[in-house]
Design a protein around this ligand. Structure first.
Ligand SMILES: [Zn+2]
Ligand SMILES: [Zn+2]
Length: 165
């Protein structure tokens, strides 16, 4: 969504409501696409005393897979963002300002990068997820396997040989 901000920058007290959907189905997180359904954006851009501020929330149903056991995790996410929009910056030391050179804001581009930065790089189904057995692949949260018993610590192996004799 492209938002024309020319009038907003000129008139103090003016505001523009945001209520739209953004498709992020192309975004990948590891092996999954977390946003198969559109992300809903709602908020406001206001000119308060000459300072133009964008305030919005992004809400969506996010689909992840557990980093250890690959179980699907579906959680609703809500992120809130605030940016100050400026026509130009005098020194580019402040990253909080979003420069809108021709006074047309590409909200989709801005929201996409905002949301992607908020996404966790790794998601676990639970804090103490036991993961999958690297040998037989069973989900160790649901069942145990005998693989670990066969993998004996080499130091213990010597001990067990001694005990056999
Ligand atoms: Zn897990
Ligand atoms: Zn196993």
């Amino acid at each position: 969504m492209m938002i024309d901000l020319k009038q907003l920058f000129e008139i103090v007290g003016e505001s523009i409501d945001i209520d739209c959907c953004l498709s992020l189905s192309e975004v990948k997180l590891g092996m999954t696409n977390p946003f198969t359904e559109p992300v809903h954006l709602s908020g406001k851009i206001t000119n308060r005393a000459g300072i133009v501020t964008l305030n919005y929330t992004a809400s969506a149903a996010a689909h992840h897979v557990c980093d250890r056991c690959l179980a699907p995790i579906n959680t609703p996410v809500v992120f809130g963002f605030e940016h100050i929009l400026v026509k130009q910056v005098n020194d580019d030391s402040n990253d909080d300002f979003i420069v809108v050179p021709n006074l047309v804001l590409d909200l989709d581009e801005l929201a996409s990068s905002d949301i992607i930065l908020e996404l966790p790089s790794k998601v676990l189904c639970k804090e103490d997820c036991k993961g999958l057995c690297p040998t037989c692949g069973v989900n160790l949260n649901e069942q145990s396997c005998n693989c670990t018993q066969k993998r004996i610590d080499p130091r213990l192996e010597i001990l067990s040989k001694l005990l056999e004799n």
